[in-house]
Design a protein around this ligand. Structure first.
Ligand code: GTP
Length: 414
């Protein structure tokens, strides 16, 4: 399961964040706190499973992160789960607990069973039904004529595919129909699925964990897009795989956001650096520094929701990114934007704006359940082909999955 993790080099010496205020942009008051189950004692039955026992636990994520090699499993850090006692607040970095390392059992394939795969596909199809039904009805006639293409154009635009992607698809489809000498409208649907798959293909890419220790992932998005929920799902996934995760609650203003992230941290027995008030960049700096000191596999930085039009808040995000780089010259390794798939073309505008401000490396598209606007991924592929690492079709853990171009194209036309 963990063959994609590289053997960890010993963590480089890092300054204690509490004694290196010069590198921190603003002295945070009160100090950021880390809550964690820090004692590396054996986990009780009710706690997260021991690393060796998690084989298959994450089959819901069929393609978990970019597999590096099919080499033998390498030792990775055990999750910092030890005690099931309630987490107590301790000053950040005051007790840098180095988690024990342990070798995992032979890595199984990260492929889900056929039943699990079908279950996910069914959920994806159900989620996209509102988008797909209007497109699919175009192909119920008896002739391939201008009326069919006009109807298809309308349906694609209604699905928020956008003008450019719609035109591209229509041109490509007509060429495919001509090349294959297709005369049956029902067969045109299959050709459209092929055209869509080709268009969406550049978005299909895996998130790679393990090239850096820690892999620092910054997560941004507008309010309510699903950032914290997606981070929670990913945390659970990573923790169950045996990765050690540290969460940074860089939304220092909204107590509920910190609490929500804290719940995920408690549930998964992972560390969290959070702070009431103060500078989100300082919290992020402390978290990355702590992540390095403790040899964490992943640091996930949850930022506050903001609109791209709120320039000062966009500048704040840029500052967070800069300061994270001060804490670790190679970080952030990933800058993810979480978008609500239900917002259609607005989501595309968000991708453009956040990419211009931050240089995005990946997307998480949530709420594709029950949306009539699933075509927006085609628009993103056409205009800003940033990899879609995960898509969400519901609020449950298993409703977050990796993106597959063909599956998505087929679900969209189901
Ligand atoms: N239906 C559905 N709901 C989702 C999905 N992902 C997240 N949600 C819900 O969307 C709502 C907002 O999610 P959050 O994770 O709090 O969003 P956020 O981006 O962190 O919000 P802010 O911190 O306010 O910016 C919650 O009710 C989630 O349960 C999804 O894929 N499908």
């Amino acid at each position: 399961m963990f063959s994609f993790f590289k053997k960890k080099p010993p963590p480089p010496p890092v300054p204690d964040a509490l004694t290196a205020p010069t590198a921190t942009p603003a002295a945070p008051t009160p100090p950021a706190t880390t809550t964690a189950a820090a004692a590396p004692t054996p986990a009780p039955a009710s706690a997260a499973p021991a690393p060796g026992a998690v084989a298959g636990a994450l089959d819901w994520l069929r393609k978990p992160f970019g597999a590096k090699t099919a080499a033998a499993p390498v030792p990775v850090a055990a999750p910092s789960v030890g005690s099931a006692e309630p987490a107590t607040a301790v000053p950040a970095l005051a007790h840098p607990a180095t988690p024990p390392t342990t070798a995992l059992a032979t890595a199984p394939t990260a492929t889900a069973t056929a039943a699990e795969r079908k279950g996910w596909l069914d959920r994806l199809k159900a989620g996209l039904r509102k988008t797909g039904s209007s497109i699919a009805t175009v192909f119920t006639g008896t002739q391939i004529d201008d009326a069919l293409y006009e109807e298809l154009e309308e349906a694609l635009l209604m699905a928020d595919t956008g003008v450019k992607a719609t035109q591209w698809l229509l041109t490509d489809l007509k060429r495919r129909v001509k090349d294959t000498k297709t005369t049956d409208p029902a067969a045109v649907k299959g050709l459209l699925a092929d055209a869509l798959t080709d268009l969406l293909q550049p978005l299909e890419k895996s998130l790679v964990i393990g090239q850096h220790t820690p892999t620092v992932i910054m997560v941004a998005g507008v309010n309510g897009a699903g950032k914290t929920t997606s981070i929670g799902k990913l945390t659970k996934h990573l923790a169950h795989e045996g990765a050690s995760v540290l969460l940074a609650a860089a939304d220092t203003f909204r107590a509920a956001a910190r609490e929500q992230l804290g719940v995920w941290a408690d549930r998964n027995l992972v560390d969290i650096v959070s702070q009431e008030g103060g500078d989100p960049a300082a919290v992020s700096f402390d978290a990355v520094t702590a992540g390095r000191a403790r040899g964490k596999d992943v640091v996930l930085v949850d930022t506050a929701g903001r609109l791209p039009t709120q320039l000062h808040l966009m500048q704040e995000l840029q500052k967070i990114k800069r300061v994270v780089t001060k804490a670790d010259g190679t970080a952030p390794h990933e800058v993810l934007l979480v978008i609500d798939g239900n917002t259609g073309q607005n989501a595309l505008a968000q991708v453009r704006a956040f990419d211009d401000a931050l240089g995005l490396t990946g997307l998480v598209v949530t709420k594709l359940d029950g949306t009539a606007k699933g075509g927006v991924l085609a628009a993103i592929a056409q205009e800003r082909p940033i990899p879609v690492y995960f898509i969400g079709v519901g609020e449950k853990l298993e409703d977050l999955e990796t993106f597959n171009a063909r599956e998505f194209a087929q679900a969209l036309l189901a």
